[in-house]
Design a protein around this ligand. Sequence first.
Ligand code: ADP
Ligand code: MG
Length: 418
Amino acid sequence: MPAYLLVGYSADLLRVLDGFLAPDSVLVMDEPEVLAVRGARDRTGEIACFADVLPAPVQTDADRLPALVAPPPGVSAVLPGNDYGVVAAAVLADAWGLPGPGAEAARTFRDKRRQRRLADEAGIPQPTWREVSDAAEAAEFAAGCPDGFVLKPATLQSSEGVLVLEPGADVAAAWRHTTARNVIGGTMRLDGAPSPCLAERRLLGEEFSVELLLRDGAALFCNVTAKRLLGGVHPVEMGHVVPAPPEGGVRESLSASMLALARASGFRTGVMHGEWIIEDGMPHLVECAARLPGDQIHRLIELAYDWDLLRNWFRIAAGQEPAAAPRRPQGAAIRFLGVRPGRVTSVSGIDEARSTAGVRDVAVSVAVGSHVEPIRSSWERSGFVIATGPDGRGAERTARTASERIVIATEQDALAGA
Ligand SMILES: Nc1ncnc2c1ncn2[C@@H]1O[C@H](COP(=O)(O)OP(=O)(O)O)[C@@H](O)[C@H]1O
Ligand SMILES: [Mg+2]
């Protein structure tokens, strides 16, 4: 009998869960259309822990779910499988008396406007911002930002539509890009109303994220990750280092800021992943999500702390005690592969990268003949290398060295425009 309800279908996550959950222990709830388009039901035979699907309006009518769905017998935990399931999971956990973040906190972190409002009220440093509803409003806001500004959708993820713009940038073109209907994440979310948009002052500084596991508002685990961003207009994450190197002493202030945000939101139980930029020595909020970090950060945490964030999150969500305490961390890092756009003509060096001492995983998602798009969001990256080391810096060095051994050659093709 399934013990867990995962809201928001993710085959990748289910495969990870298969490492520690019993066969047939997970029910997956999502929009009927999302389950169908992604062929979720077919995977129940392939992923042992995946028991069945439960179609329900998780994106279109989350608040009414308790009236539509009875608690499945045996289910003792409800957790979000992706960003688009965060509110529905929290609503159901509240309604069924199970541990969760609380529907209000979940709503806050599913919408960048709500979290900005909350941070302003709570006095948490962040850039000036406003909601903008057309290019003229965005241009008006941009005029007051001498260091540039950022245009972003309020309810998407993976840097889709996010632009970091220099002063004098073509705001009308930027507006078109940010509000274009994007089909990439479209397999996870329904193609509903377009996302509202935010304009923000551009923060200047190093970027970090903080991962928290909370129970009843108290932190059981806190990690700070350093991020490596693709410079320029498209701020895509190209690497992460766990834990962030201690230089600059910012880890403590980042943890304190993240805990202040969690407290202000009333978040009770679950995982939080917040992004921050250090400006003038102080963490400024970029955004925060009430779900697992993406980009394999949970694996970096597991490697660095010899402690499984997912397993412990599932235990806490089911009202159990954590399985173990995190160790004093070593280092783990991921480096994503960026490839010159075009048609792939050769791929070499994967074995060399794999056999580099300290490398834990290598994945290349393109092959000869693939077409590679320019990187505009996380979806266009071409693979990754994960490495460990005595500390974050050492791990990052190894990941970089190994990733440089992978050579992916491309030639211009008809599709490689823009
Ligand atoms: N106000 C800002 N100033 C500077 N960079 C920003 C700002 N907002 C976002 N960014 C950059 O854009 C990236 C993606 O934006 P974010 O708000 O995190 O959206 P997403 O939900 O797509 O991850 C951030 O990781 C950061 O590098
Ligand atoms: Mg982000």
